[in-house]
Write a protein that binds this ligand. Structure first.
Ligand SMILES: [Zn+2]
Length: 383
């Protein structure tokens, strides 16, 4: 392949990924400071990421290794036959692409998480605040590659002290910022970043965004949104988890719904709170909990460390649901009859909790909500 034909093909943009073997362009982007090739040996794909000035990491190409390389992956890497060029005046500058593999990224999970299974899972995140972003980051670390992010807001200075994002993202949409960060964790991710208020999306749009979801995780600062997300998940038959923080994140609550497995939904538990005077065996007066305190994620003073306590436990349920009914995590953690958990942080926090770090998993001892009675033929017991 001569330089002339390269020049013909690379005249309109700044950075180009050239497949030497095929003799054609396979990707393009802004001029990079560095390029990384991430090899997925299972699917024989190299994902090429450019580290661009100010903009950070950006996906520029996904290339089948069969198109570029011959022989075994080990030899392919050493040959470095994937080449990138940038055009500077009349000159083409060549960039070296570093290639590393999925095994290196997740080798510390060996024997704990089934990385191949998790990689294929798809999570929808309703809410990109501190809680949602932390869950998102944890799922990236766990190796989950497919994500839909839904949040209407931009990143503000007040978010800095708690959020995964930092000063580099001030003024950016949270969903777009989280997408940018995700490539630093795992270049193979597929992110659909939707800057929107979930409650304002039509049912058709929701169904389109949630269609492939294995799990919907909702952690917004709005009760309405939490219940709408829970309802939509029921309607579509998709597992769902609600993560709510109480006042100042002193405590929090989680509720999961798994169609065909759990007997009651988030809505069922709301009725439970209104009516239940006291749980047998628990020194907690649930009737004293104000309804508007339940399920509300705080937009008020709270420490990242307190939020982390709640999210850490939420992540155990999230992973259990994604690992599926055959996993030990599911068997250990997902009790179909106790799909609500109340978690205390570092304080006493009466009347909810009498001591720090208390975790309460009550049984629902009242009728299912109308929604569950009509939409649902709940399955008794565990698998
Ligand atoms: Zn219900």
């Amino acid at each position: 392949m001569s330089n002339n034909s390269r020049n013909d093909q690379v005249s309109s943009s700044k950075l180009f990924i050239w497949d030497r073997k095929a003799g054609r362009l396979v990707g393009q982007g802004a001029t990079a400071q560095a390029l990384y090739g991430f090899m997925d040996r299972e699917r024989d794909i190299v994902t090429v990421i450019s580290d661009e000035p100010r903009a950070g990491l950006k996906l520029v190409a996904r290339v089948s290794t069969g198109e570029i390389f011959e022989g075994t992956p080990t030899i392919l890497i050493s040959k470095r036959r994937l080449t990138a060029f940038s055009r500077e005046g009349d000159q083409l500058r060549e960039y070296e692409v570093e290639i590393f593999g999925e095994r290196e990224l997740f080798e510390r999970h060996q024997g704990i998480l089934d990385g191949r299974k998790l990689a294929l899972k798809s999570a929808v995140h309703v809410g990109g605040g501190t809680v949602g972003a932390t869950v998102f980051d944890q799922l990236l670390k766990a190796g989950v590659e497919n994500h839909v992010l839904i949040d209407p807001s931009n990143f503000r200075p007040q978010n800095i002290s708690r959020h995964l994002l930092d000063l580099r993202y001030l003024g950016w949409p949270k969903v777009k910022s989280l997408e940018a960060v995700a490539y630093y964790r795992n270049p193979s991710v597929n992110i659909n970043a939707v800057q929107a208020d979930f409650t304002k999306l039509s049912f058709i749009k929701r169904r389109e965004l949630l269609a492939d979801a294995d799990l919907i995780i909702s952690s917004t600062d709005s009760n309405d949104c939490e219940f709408e997300a829970a309802f939509t998940a029921l309607e579509l038959g998709i597992p769902f988890i609600h993560i709510g923080l109480h006042e100042r994140a002193k405590s929090g609550e989680l509720c999961f719904q798994i169609p065909g497995y759990t007997q009651c939904c988030l809505n069922c538990w709301l009725g439970f709170r209104k009516s239940l005077p006291q749980q047998e065996g628990e020194a907690l007066a649930y009737s004293d909990i104000p309804i508007d305190m339940i399920g509300r994620t705080i937009a008020e003073p709270a420490l990242s460390v307190e939020i982390g306590t709640i999210v850490g436990i939420a992540m155990q349920w999230v992973l259990a649901i994604l690992m599926g009914p055959g996993s030990d995590r599911w068997k250990n953690l997902l009790d179909a009859e106790r799909n609500l958990v109340l978690i205390n942080g570092s304080g006493i926090n009466e009347p909810l909790f009498s001591e720090p770090f208390q975790i309460v998993r009550p049984y629902l001892n009242q009728e299912l909500c109308e929604l569950c009675r009509s939409n649902h033929e709940p399955q008794q017991g565990k698998e």
